[in-house]
Design a protein around this ligand. Sequence first.
Ligand code: F6P
Length: 490
Amino acid sequence: MIWDSAALKEAVRSKIGEHKFIVVSNREPYIHRRTPNGIVCERPVSGMAVALDPVLQACGGIWVAHGSGEADREVVDERSRVAVPPGKYSYTLRRVWLTPEEEKGYYYGFANEALWPLCHIAFTQPVFRQADWETYRRVNEKFADAVLEEMNSDTGFVFIQDYHFALLPRILKQRRPELVVAQFWHIPWPNREAFRICPWGEEILDGLLGNDLLGFHIRNHCQNFLDTVDRGIEAKADYERFSVTRGGVETLVRPFPISIDFALIDRLANCQQTAGRAEELRAEHRLNYKKVGIGIDRMDYIKGIPERLSAVDRFFEKYPEYRGRFIFLQLGPGSRTEIQKYKEYDQTIQNLTAEINRKHGGSGWEPIILFRSHLPPQEVVAYYQLADLCLVSSLHDGMNLVAKEFVAARSDGEGVLVLSRFTGAARELEQAILVNPYATDELADALKTALEMPREEKSKRMERMRETVREYNIYRWAGKIITELNRRLV
Ligand code: F6P
């Protein structure tokens, strides 16, 4: 059976029934901004938000998230609620307001300067500030208030997203033990030796063990979590059942590889407008008669962007016959720009691009085009379609949805995916050219292999990967989680 929106709706109807369904995340699925032409509603740059939105559209319910847009307050009702998506209302977005100090300590500080590098192990040292930790705790309480206000006196299912809310499950269970609470951790879970350095490790583990179900992308992260708990806190890890029991209460720990709405991207890829846009982009960037490589990422040090640019540099050194015949497009928005590490990273990428372009470019041709902006979905698909290869070189990534989107966008069977072994996606997309992003020569050679791969082999690999993403899509991901939880809903 292929899961789709209708199948998920049916699963929700039969399994959740009259219970309330509340999703919680930091990033909101729709952001309102002021423009000279009035308030506009935009989609954020977040794999998590893009993945969850079709689920909520299918199931209905309430999504509680930080209201971070400058015009967010202008469109909500007196209870900070707004119906979304615009013009196609299918669920309620409940916004939680944070002060600049709260955002600084909880989001930039503890979530993104401590937990993010702690869990990713991309050799960026986590920063643990006591004040950030205290703010993180307070903000988790604040979200708990909003969730419980929305839950009212009803029973229901709370589905928490990500590392911003490690303490929320326990707070919810302490206040309302009958609620069913699940959490999906969208980033890796490190091995226990790495996790041990966190000064508040025990509180974090205890918070997470408030969940009835805790999901990670891959089995290896579940295993790491069980090991961490086994040695780090008073609890019993059961490696047979994949669960942890603390204080007589069991938390199931399960892998659920997240995915995308395959059908939606496939539809976008097959519409005439997208093909037309791809042609326009070819002309705009002067790509005609050239081979094209593409990378689309938030500017984040886990994405391995300098490593990939160095590989492009090495590729032209080793294979100079490609000078003037190959262009690499690096697209994507800035991210978490308040954090010094991210500012420096952005600068490194700009400098490296300029240096490589100086070194190899000439006669009106530059090997790398760096384009830093947020692109709407159809534009992204048009870019995927004009590329001969897509390069995902993350140093470590829970899943990486760009890899899956690229595959969904290539119904023509063309295009080769070059994918870091250190992504969750590499476990499923085995027909990609799998690479170690730290090995510059290997990456450079993979570019050549991709560009010279015979058409028949390309389409065979692409077809296999498309079958995988078509079947293991976002509706299946949500359906499996809901099915697993069903047993706990009374
Ligand atoms: O990968 C983890 C994650 O939180 C995703 O869930 C999300 O898409 C991405 O990072 C973006 O992060 P932020 O919301 O901080 O921009």
